[in-house]
Design a protein around this ligand. Sequence first.
Ligand SMILES: NC(=O)c1ccc[n+]([C@@H]2O[C@H](COP(=O)([O-])OP(=O)(O)OC[C@H]3O[C@@H](n4cnc5c(N)ncnc54)[C@H](O)[C@@H]3O)[C@@H](O)[C@H]2O)c1
Length: 420
Amino acid sequence: MTEKSATVVGQGYVGLPLAQAAARAGWAVHGLDVTDSLVDALNSGISHVDDLANDDIREMLNLGYRATTDASVVSGSDVVVICVPTPLGEAGAPDLGAVKGASRSIGDNLRPGTTVILESTTYPGTTDSVVKPILEMMSGLAAGTDFQLAYSPERIDPGSEKFGIKNTPKLIGGIDDVSTHAAIAFYGAFVDEPIAMYGTREAETAKLLENTFRHVNIALVNEMAKFCNELNIDIWEVIRGAATKPFGFMKFTPGPGVGGHCIPIDPNYLSYEVRDKLGYPFRFVELAQEINNSMPRYISDRVAELLNEHRKPLNGSDVLLLGVTYKADIADQRESPARPVAELLRARGANIRFHDPMVDVWRLDSGAVPREVSLDDAVSDSDIVVVLQAHESYDLARIAADSKVMFDTRGKSPKPAVRL
Ligand SMILES: NC(=O)c1ccc[n+]([C@@H]2O[C@H](COP(=O)([O-])OP(=O)(O)OC[C@H]3O[C@@H](n4cnc5c(N)ncnc54)[C@H](O)[C@@H]3O)[C@@H](O)[C@H]2O)c1
């Protein structure tokens, strides 16, 4: 039996774990990327993604995986998966530049019989109205006849020990049944539960519903956290109580804002599309954005208030920020709300410093933030300690006891810490 070959386009947080899963399942995998330094590092066995260690990359290389910038690998591939970034561009509009660029490189090298799958999170219609015409134009082939095309959203949960590619059900919607089944045949080699969807648009929209659901529910508890504080009600106890209901409730917790790629950015793809195509707002997304984006200012106001209670002005105070990544126990800083919190505190005259076991250098638009190496000294030297990310390694009870004032935006610390 000849070995099946796959090219994964984009070797980031999504593409690299996918390349690993496919390689382990016996596929000959090429990791296609546009960044030379990244390709060189991967081929030398060095990982840049939290969930994969250097040993994992070496294992992949032993299995035949190779990273490359040469798009001609597409011509020898049975399956090509697109995992490139989908950021926001000017005025919050979707930026599909990388998806279009990847589609052009694939189309240029596409051979009949190949299955192309888009995984990047995007607005409904992208696979059919953006990717398909580019592939057809560049290759001269017809989708559905000469090659198969499907959409399958990534559902990666960075840093999770419970859910990985294998045990997370995977939605798959093709432009036709043959495409859906071709994509299922690929994922079925390493995903326990591939789920066929009616089509590409339903699969694209399902991903956006998932992310919007989180965004809206986080906004709900963030708004409640604000008024509960004013009403002298402990929001964390409220959530603990509500979460004991075994049906009809799902726990979300407040915090300094939303971070990462999925929650702050992806719902914009849906609201932009609704406004652009239909002319009216997706009100839940816009309200959630407004509330979640207000959290960094709320945090900086609470820090000023707490210092004031201790007869200190924020201006000139030493503020230690603990944990600056967007999620606990991972190094990813993308869209981390720690950035706007730090910028606001600095703009109001605070001397900010940070401690984070996962981050060596932290640079804001206003300049680098000094990094503290010794947590104990930093805590005792600061006027206030602000927990922005409760990494597992932090002994929050001890830090609370040793701090002059401690404000925990994640609600994980015991008294005398003040919780959000
Ligand atoms: N990170 C997550 O947790 C997550 C979860 C679910 C979905 N997603 C989605 O998956 C997609 C990829 O996200 P990511 O986090 O892996 O991004 P990333 O920035 O970590 O990696 C993307 C990679 O694609 C490469 N690239 C850019 N343009 C390219 C091109 N034209 N051809 C080849 N390579 C190109 C970049 O050099 C980079 O290495 C996005 O749409 C994102 O929304 C991400």
